[in-house]
Design a protein around this ligand. Structure first.
Ligand code: R1P
Ligand code: URA
Length: 330
């Protein structure tokens, strides 16, 4: 018999997972993951008919309820900013889904979660307008969080992108830079069915969108080509280098730059969950433009995610409240 997990392996406090402060029954099978905790109530107000759970701990807000339009249960969860914070959240979501909290052992069977990151990003393709939604087809992670998870390469395109990214970053490194040549990009891809469903829903709703390659950086400033006083950059021409990246047979543009999609698609793909990312372009560096109010765009991203979940699981049907605090999940 499997040994139960100990609290230092998986901290659970009063039946709730430590950072998210959630109990297993408070998590829906379909999840929208957002960077900003304030985006959780924004999307809940806009999209949910009823709320079941509303938790907030260590900056992570989660609201679970039933979506007005699809009548399906959904959890809207905060990832926080960047791969390290996101990695904690993803592990806790997987634990909520896969661990029996009463015995602290792994369940013999469970349904995979469906998770869509709905975020904001900087646009890299001059042809893609401000406010458009980028549906990530492939992602290149520049963080090293993903490197701690030895996920097999999803396909040959990922191998090609990793090689390309390594080459352009090495070439663009500042000569003599202490860390030049040490960046180790990893590639991952969105779940094919989820991506197709998102694209269909965006097209059906007439939402401006594009499918492309996303770059996930481990930070916002030097890691995204922004200058910093007094400290040099390891890769000063980062944006130009990324724009030169060739996608080979994929024939996709490098569309956007953000901070979480890499670890989301890499880690969840490795678990066999369905994962995708939809990020609004809120700035364009070539136009010196920045969109401070992007509420309409993230609501549109979340709406196509909800409709995509319904497209993937039409058999789920309306998930109405069966009694206070108890839900029928299919
Ligand atoms: O709007 P969110 O989802 O937070 O996403 C983007 O915004 C943050 C940076 O401002 C990073 O988290 C980046 O990935
Ligand atoms: O430029 C941007 C805009 C949003 N999010 C990012 O990570 N970068």
């Amino acid at each position: 018999m499997e040994k139960p997990l100990s609290p230092d392996d998986l901290p659970i406090v009063n039946g709730r997972i430590y950072h998210l402060d959630l109990a297993p029954e408070e998590l829906a099978r379909d999840v929208i993951l957002v960077g900003d905790p304030d985006r959780v109530p924004l999307l809940a107000d806009e999209l949910l008919a009823e709320r079941e759970a509303d938790r907030f701990h260590r900056g992570f807000r989660t609201i679970t309820g039933v979506a007005r339009e699809t009548e399906m249960r959904v959890s809207i969860v905060t990832s926080g900013i960047g791969a390290p914070s996101t990695e904690i959240v993803l592990n806790e979501l997987a634990a909520l889904n896969e661990i029996d909290f009463s015995t602290l052992t792994r369940k013999e069977s469970f349904e995979p979660l469906n998770i869509v990151r709905v975020g904001t990003s900087g646009g890299l393709n001059p042809a893609t307008p401000l406010g458009a939604l980028v549906l990530t087809d492939y992602v290149i992670g520049l963080d090293n969080t993903g490197l701690f998870y030895d996920v097999p390469l999803p396909d040959a395109a990922c191998a090609y992108l990793e090689e390309q990214a390594r080459t352009v970053l090495d070439r663009a490194a500042q000569p003599g830079a202490r860390f030049g040549g040490t960046l180790a990009p990893y590639a991952a891809r969105a779940d094919r069915d989820l991506l197709t469903a998102l694209e269909q829903e965006a097209a059906e709703l007439g939402i401006t969108h594009v499918r492309g390659i996303t770059i996930s950086s481990p930070g916002f400033f030097a890691e995204q080509g922004r200058g910093v006083a007094r400290i040099g950059s390891t890769v000063p021409g980062l944006l130009d280098a990324l724009e030169r990246l060739e996608s080979g047979r994929l024939n996709l543009y490098v569309e956007n730059l953000e901070m979480e999609a890499g670890v989301v698609l890499h880690f969840l793909g490795g678990l066999g969950y369905r994962a995708a990312a939809v990020c609004a372009v809120i700035n364009k560096r070539n136009e010196k433009a920045f969109m401070a109010d992007y509420r309409r765009q993230v609501c549109a991203g979340a709406r196509i995610a909800l409709r995509a979940f319904r497209r993937l699981r039409p058999e789920a049907g309306p998930q109405l409240m069966a009694g206070r605090g108890t839900w029928r999940e299919s």
